[in-house]
Ligand binder design. Sequence first.
Ligand SMILES: [Zn+2]
Length: 62
Amino acid sequence: MSKDTPKMICPKCRVEMNHHAEKLVDPVNPKEAAQVDPALGGLIEEMHCCPGCGTTESRRTR
Ligand SMILES: [Zn+2]
């Protein structure tokens, strides 16, 4: 996990969300395929959870 990665902000509460998990996902389009980590064979998707309302959001790392 990179320390300079900006925190995700909850769309409802506008608070910083907690990064609680990562999973390996397959690329779904050519743009994502170009970003695949050859060592992993996929893309890392970060899962973030809001401490306020419990909403979960995910995003792809690059
Ligand atoms: Zn929230």
